[in-house]
Design a protein around this ligand. Structure first.
Ligand code: GLN
Length: 194
């Protein structure tokens, strides 16, 4: 059974723990470097990316996170978590650092102006069984990707799910639906490494 952590500094941690358990993983909240060392993979939840990044620095987690992700630990970021995995943010707020891991530029709150929050069916490559219900909450989109990044889904002409090697990211929140197929895909990525 893969042990998958959820970074528990801020955001929708509980929902991810539940989704991971449904996907067959042993799920644990991760707040400290020692806890990070004990997991095979990690979810960066939705929430507020600037706050999460500042807390990660404050709790001494930013460097350990960067090191594990750079060393190939499977990682999955939803929404704010996607922003944390971006090598670049289009308009970063001051003091907003990222863990990095995916060669992409993200635009924060990209869907926010039209619709602060909406749901849409999204077809995700590598997720069999039809589209997933995408819950978008002040969601980012991916503005551009490097050559090594696989685009897994688009919505309204914008990239909303990507994978680069062991790093997966979605603009939307599968953890807020009862459908845990994206978490299943991530659990498979963790099993493949373990
Ligand atoms: N807009 C938030 C941010 O910039 C992300 C929102 C979310 O995670 N639902 O971090």
């Amino acid at each position: 059974t893969p042990v998958i952590g959820v970074l528990a500094l801020q955001g929708d941690v509980r929902e991810h723990l539940t989704a991971l358990a449904s996907a067959g993983a042993e799920a644990r909240a991760v707040r400290r470097p020692e806890e990070l060392a004990g997991v095979d993979g990690l979810v960066l939840p939705g929430g507020e990316s600037t706050t999460m990044s500042k807390l990660a620095v404050l709790f001494g987690m930013m460097e350990p996170l960067r090191a594990r992700v750079a060393a190939g630990m499977p990682v999955y970021g939803t929404c704010a978590g996607m922003i944390l995995l971006a090598d670049r943010i289009l308009d970063p707020r001051s003091g907003q650092e990222t863990v990095k891991g995916i060669d992409m530029i993200v635009r924060r709150n990209a869907f926010g102006r039209q619709n602060e929050s909406f749901e849409a069916a999204v077809d995700v490559t590598s997720v069999p069984g039809g589209p997933v219900e995408g819950v978008f909450i002040r969601a980012p989109w991916v503005e551009s990707v490097g050559a090594g990044v696989e685009v897994l889904a688009e919505h309204g002409g914008h990239v909303v799910a990507v994978r680069q090697d062991n790093a997966l990211a979605t603009s939307f929140h599968p953890e807020l639906t009862g459908d845990h197929r994206v978490h299943g895909l991530f659990a498979d990525m963790v099993r493949a490494v373990g």
